[in-house]
Write a protein that binds this ligand. Structure first.
Ligand SMILES: [Zn+2]
Length: 303
């Protein structure tokens, strides 16, 4: 049996695990990064965890998926939002510490590779993934291969403009899709709805704090205000998905990230707004997709 290690570096933790030839996770661990605030610290903790796993399994390669802008060819993380990486040769540094080949790619590409190998778009040739979290990330597979663009920056699905008169986005454009469709946007909508309907079940749910799941919980409990708000949110996601489908005509669009945890219930708000005849699914691998996909960077998926 060939085993590979996959590591998924996110804003709050590194998920790391051993993946076998059937794309199953044989063993996994989670390293919180909250207290590790340096690039050295994160690289060291990945090396330590890999060594622990390499003592138990024969490891062919290590793959790392990172948030932010990465160059898979050089193995550098160029910059990564909340993470302390700036022009950091992460792959080379981990490889030096371990003595096995180490590969690097961005986290959305890894998530799509994972879903293609073992999840919601298994066996398909053309597929997209939208990762709906604080922002919106994306990846595209054409003919069974990840399309990365000549500079590896492709598929920033959070940053196509849906409102040219919209708010300024951190990317330099205005009115980007993620300003309306991300979990952060959903939370802002939820807060607004709570203020507009102070006597609603949503407002009562919100007393325990508001996150991306608050409105879904209230709507499930029968709150009409939350349901109406989610219909509006669903229309935004449907518009974004329809636009992408018009461009790529994929066999499936997979939704992942924190909001996609709602599964079919979320899709129930999106489907009525879709005009394209597209297959839209939520992730089958949940938070493990990125880890499994990262492990597979050492195979033809990484090419
Ligand atoms: Zn933007």
């Amino acid at each position: 049996m060939v085993y590979r290690i996959g590591a998924d570096i996110g804003g709050t933790s590194v998920k790391l695990g051993v993946v076998d030839e059937e794309f199953r996770i044989a063993e996994s661990m989670r390293i919180p990064t909250g207290e590790i605030c340096t690039a050295d610290g994160i690289v060291e903790s990945i090396i330590c965890a890999c060594r622990e796993l390499m003592a138990k399994y024969e490891i062919a390669s290590v793959g790392i998926g990172s948030a932010g802008l990465v160059n898979p060819k050089t193995g550098y993380v160029l910059r990564a939002g909340n993470l302390p990486f700036l022009d950091e040769p992460v792959a080379a540094r981990v490889a030096e510490g371990l003595g096995v080949p180490v590969f690097l790619d961005n986290d959305a590409n890894c998530a799509l590779i994972g879903e293609h190998a073992a999840g919601a778009c298994r066996g398909l040739q053309d597929a997209l993934i939208l990762t709906i979290g604080t922002g919106i990330g994306g990846a595209v597979m054409i003919g069974g291969r990840i399309y990365r663009g000549h500079n590896y920056k492709a598929a920033e699905f959070g940053h196509f403009v849906i409102n040219i008169k919209g708010e300024a986005c951190s990317c330099g454009l205005r009115g980007c899709f993620e300003l309306y469709g991300s979990a952060r946007a959903l939370i802002a909508m939820t807060k607004k709805c709570v203020r507009a309907f102070p006597g609603s079940l949503l407002a009562r749910e919100a007393q325990h704090g508001i996150d991306g799941s608050t409105a879904f919980a209230a709507a499930k409990g029968g709150c009409a205000a939350a349901e109406e708000m989610l219909k509006d949110y669903g229309k935004v996601l449907a518009a974004g998905i329809d636009s992408l489908v018009k461009i790529f005509q994929p066999e499936a669009v997979v939704l992942s990230g924190g909001v996609a945890v709602q599964g079919e219930y979320l899709l129930g708000f999106i489907r009525p707004g879709l005009i394209e005849d597209a297959v839209v699914r939520t992730t089958e691998l949940g938070g493990s997709g990125g880890l499994i996909g990262a492990a597979l960077l050492g195979t033809s998926y990484g090419e």
